[in-house]
Ligand binder design. Structure first.
Ligand SMILES: *Cc1c(COP(=O)(O)O)cnc(C)c1O
Length: 347
């Protein structure tokens, strides 16, 4: 099966499995796992932040970050197409009494400043309004097709947030995809945010884990929330060892981006597929089936029968994600499968 549903299907590399088997371990809830400490120090350094904390998932890293930034009864401004708003089970509302204010994401993944401005009440002393305590950005923006937020936009949001005294949290689940696409160190992107989370478990191929980073005080508070949420892990060095290897292999993501472009160009040539290859910047492609013989469901089922697995993200939008488990030859094969499926009709 050519698995294009998600880059979370990546398996740990043999170097990771070796490192996991050999890692020095301790109890990380006591702060005594040397491998976790090493990963956290390296991650903080790579992001240009004072400190970092390993968490079991990106969802928990985002949740802990929001809970640290936002008091009960405040609101977090989030993209209506953000992972935080769409896919994270309203955790900050459930656990922290924090309201989400969803603001439209533009096709390029940004939230317009005019929309952010609307999230702030004209009179902050008027008691009927919840006060914004956080702005959340997502980079790359998954549901906007792996869009990379431009630097001038990050700078504008930073200025806007500073003027209003509100912190910025960056959901950088695929931060390194953005960094590789822009050809800059991840810290160049992370510097516009007060806190950042990224996933080790997506394109970076580690089996488990996310990093939340920020100031030392922020990370101290994240550790408390992590424990409260049940995310304090004991010999977590087993996970961290894979994460350390992952941090050394971020440049490999360029291969995924090249494969995504190859796939986009191939699909653009297939009658019945609607895709804009110029919109593909990283490892995520969005497309649609326009052939009236197919629904998105029958199309997904029909390609699956032929050995190609793709995802649907709502309203018939299909998603394909390239990753370490997908070669250029797989991409060629995937295009052939799509072509054959449309030539034959529903399975
Ligand atoms: C996957 C993802 C997350 C959540 O990470 P998990 O480890 O799956 O919980 C958060 N944000 C974005 C943008 C993601 O793609």
């Amino acid at each position: 099966m050519i698995e294009l549903r998600s880059d979370t299907f990546t398996l740990p590399t043999s170097a990771m499995l070796r490192a996991m088997g050999e890692a020095p371990l301790g109890d990380d809830v006591y702060g005594e796992d040397p491998t976790v400490r090493e990963l956290e120090e390296r991650a903080a350094h790579v992001l240009g932040k004072e400190a970092a904390c390993l968490l079991p998932s990106g969802t928990m890293a985002n949740l802990a970050s929001i809970l640290v930034h936002c008091p009960r009864g405040s609101k977090a401004l989030v993209g209506a197409e953000s992972d935080i708003y769409v896919y994270e089970a309203a955790g900050a509302s459930v656990c922290g009494g924090v309201a989400y204010e969803p603001l439209p994401n533009q096709p390029d993944g940004t939230i317009e400043l005019a929309d952010l401005r609307r999230g702030f009440p004209d009179d902050p002393d008027d008691p009927q309004f919840a006060l914004p305590a956080l702005i959340c950005l997502e980079n790359t923006q998954n549901r906007c097709g792996g869009a990379v937020l431009p630097f001038h936009y990050l700078a504008e949001v930073r200025r806007f947030a500073d003027e209003r005294g509100v912190p910025v949290h960056l959901d950088g689940a695929r931060l390194f995809n953005a960094a590789v696409a822009l050809g800059v160190p991840a810290s160049e992107i992370a510097r516009y945010a007060d806190s950042v989370q990224f996933c080790l478990s997506k394109g970076l191929s580690a089996p488990i884990g996310s990093i939340a980073a920020g100031t030392r005080d922020f990370v101290t508070s994240v550790r408390r929330v992590r424990k409260m949420l049940g995310g304090g892990m004991r010999q977590a060095g087993v996970i961290a060892a894979a994460g350390i290897v992952a941090l050394g292999e971020v440049d490999r993501l360029a291969e995924d981006h090249a494969n995504a472009r190859l796939l986009a160009d191939g699909l653009a040539d297939v009658p019945g597929i609607e895709i804009d290859p110029s919109s593909v910047r990283t490892n995520i492609l969005m497309f649609r089936v326009k052939d009236p013989r197919f629904t998105w469901q029958s199309f997904v089922d029909s390609t699956r029968v032929r050995g190609l697995s793709i995802a649907e993200l709502g309203h018939g939008r299909l998603r394909a994600v390239t990753h370490a488990g997908v070669s250029a030859a797989d991409v060629t094969k995937a295009v052939e499968i799509v072509r054959a499926t449309l030539a034959t009709g529903p399975a």
